[in-house]
Design a protein around this ligand. Structure first.
Ligand code: GLC
Ligand code: MG
Length: 538
């Protein structure tokens, strides 16, 4: 691709995004916690411009802002500064510069639904009923019997309301009580948060990941959420209600559009929203912005059952739901969900990696998934995720330190890290996998580099093929004369499939075989969980 073309295409259309959980990527100062300098030190691993590196085009940083860290940075007490545990704003500036030097864009986490209860805004709001910032948060009187204003529940368990005894009102928190929800119906809040976007844009960041987006706006009448019919689970469980009034309000789309308007004032920006949605709901969010700078995350590959037909149907339906300028994306894991290799095992994770990098759209990689890291087992007395104390779903397992090599603490830190390293690190680490053609890292690198240089994969169309086989998902990515065919065998058994083509050049296979060979694809036998990427010759 020549440079002229390149400047016309928003980077989000060509980049693989790599999510860094800053606590756990690389500790540079020996305090056992990852930091910004650590990230700078590892940028060459992510992309040094050669095929030796991973080849990613953007990093998304989970929050690095000043925070009491009750939810590990998702509780912000100063949106305009870096928490000392990670470094300072000067090091951040250096990170942006060093990343851009390597053609790596920076995506910041934008946590707009709530602040920390230690944010000066909330401290003011809490101080009295008449404080000018009272209405920056959501305060309601108790019911006559003293109980919370309605039945809304916190995602992290218990009521979504906490009583402030001094002023005798409840404040709303969709997550922990230490994360009070901002009142997005208040114009001053909106203006203050738009300034946050502007601040980081002026620091040189290229995009944002909007946290908990569908929680931003609540019903203006605060009506009770209806119970889920026939729900059998425990009383007061979050799953027992339909959250009609506490989230997914139609006015959220206006807020997203206001983010897009800010982004649209600057060159080449992008925003992706966190919301776990089905296809019709994603389609709605795509329509929120007219300037195509926004997409909702597509998390469905995390939850779909292991079934080739269902995955094919999902991709087909998702593609069909998109308008011309909508840009799809796919996610296999993040800091809130068990790691992909732990969920489905290594062989299947390889197949999903091939799917991820060959579909149309933006692939998201969660740090460590590229080496096949698994969830670490954290003994109860060493758990850090507070949510785990309230719910069954502790998230420490997917947040363990990156495994760089087989030295002490996996090369993450020179001291005992804040969260234990997974015990498999001697076998699963970057250093070991870099030169092993059978490793997960090798497969990731191969797929990412091929994708980055292949026009059909970057910008070509997507068309699935009907093979009359329930276990193999195959599709074409086409642009002009280029025809890339991907075949993925979801079965634990061998499968033979036929294509209306003769010869193809093998680019990549999930198990490393036959690369560079011309093969006959009129009928081809795929081994268990095997995937192929081939260029069709005729
Ligand atoms: C999002 C984040 C999660 C956090 C929550 C509250 O879901 O991904 O980690 O706990 O928001 O901010
Ligand atoms: Mg450190």
């Amino acid at each position: 691709m020549n440079n002229k073309n390149k400047t016309q295409i928003n980077w989000s259309r060509e980049s693989v995004v790599y999510q860094i959980y800053p606590w756990s990527f690389k500790d540079s100062d020996g305090d056992g916690i990852g930091d910004l300098q650590g990230i700078i030190d590892k940028l060459d691993y992510l992309n040094d411009g050669t095929e030796k590196s991973l080849g990613i085009g953007a990093i998304w940083l989970s929050p690095i802002y000043t925070s009491p860290m009750v939810d590990f940075g998702y509780d912000i007490s100063d949106y305009l500064d870096v928490d000392p545990v990670f470094g300072d704003i000067k090091i951040f500036d250096r990170l942006v510069k060093e990343a851009h030097k390597r053609d790596i864009k920076i995506i910041m986490d934008f946590v707009a639904n709530h602040t920390s209860n230690k944010h000066p805004w909330f401290e003011e709001s809490l101080s009295s009923r008449t404080n000018p910032k009272r209405d920056w948060y959501i305060w309601k009187d108790p019911k006559p019997d003293g109980s919370p204003p309605n039945n809304w529940l916190s995602v992290f368990g218990g009521s979504a309301w906490t009583l402030d005894r001094k002023t005798n009102q409840y404040y709303l928190h969709s997550f922990l009580p230490e994360q009070p929800d901002l009142n997005w119906r208040n114009i001053e809040v909106k203006t203050a948060m738009e300034k946050v976007l502007e601040f980081w844009i002026h620091k040189g960041v290229d995009g944002f990941r909007s946290d908990a987006t569908y929680h931003l706006i609540k019903d203006d009448q605060f009506r009770d959420n209806p119970p889920k019919p026939n729900y059998q689970g425990p009383k007061d469980s979050y799953d027992g209600l339909i959250h009609t009034y506490s989230q997914r309000r139609p006015e959220t789309l206006d807020v997203i559009n206001s983010f897009c308007s800010i982004l649209g004032l600057h060159k080449d920006k992008y925003i992706v929203s966190e919301a776990y949605l089905d296809i019709p709901e994603m389609a709605k969010l795509y329509k929120a912005c007219t300037n195509s700078l926004h997409a909702p995350f597509n998390f469905n590959l995390i939850s779909l059952p292991w079934n080739a037909k269902l995955v094919k149907n999902h991709i087909d339906d998702f593609e069909a739901s998109l308008s011309k300028n909508d840009w799809p994306n796919y996610v296999l894991g993040n800091h809130d969900r068990p790691r992909v290799t732990t969920r489905i095992g290594e062989k299947r994770a390889r197949l999903l990696a091939m799917l991820l990098f060959t579909l149309r759209g933006m692939p998201f990689v969660y740090y460590g998934d590229e080496i096949g890291m698994e969830n670490g087992e954290i003994p109860p007395d060493k758990q850090k995720d507070l949510v785990g104390n309230r719910l069954a779903a502790n998230r420490d397992g997917e947040r363990t330190p990156m495994q760089w090599d087989d030295s002490a603490h996996a090369g993450f830190s020179i001291v005992e890290p804040w969260l234990s390293v997974d015990k498999k690190y001697k076998d699963v680490n970057v250093k070991k996998e870099l030169n092993d053609p059978m490793s997960m890292l090798y497969l990731y690198r191969k797929l990412i580099h091929y994708r980055t240089h292949n026009h059909a994969l970057l910008h070509g169309s997507y068309r699935s093929l009907d093979l009359g086989d329930n276990h193999v998902f195959a599709y074409l990515r086409e642009l002009g004369d280029e025809k890339v065919l991907i075949m993925l065998n979801f079965s634990k058994d061998e499968e033979s499939v036929s294509f209306p083509y003769q010869k193809a050049n093998v680019i990549c296979t999930t198990n490393g075989g036959r690369v560079g060979k011309i093969i006959d694809i009129s009928t081809i036998t795929l081994s268990p969980y095997q995937g192929y990427v081939v260029e069709v010759i005729n």
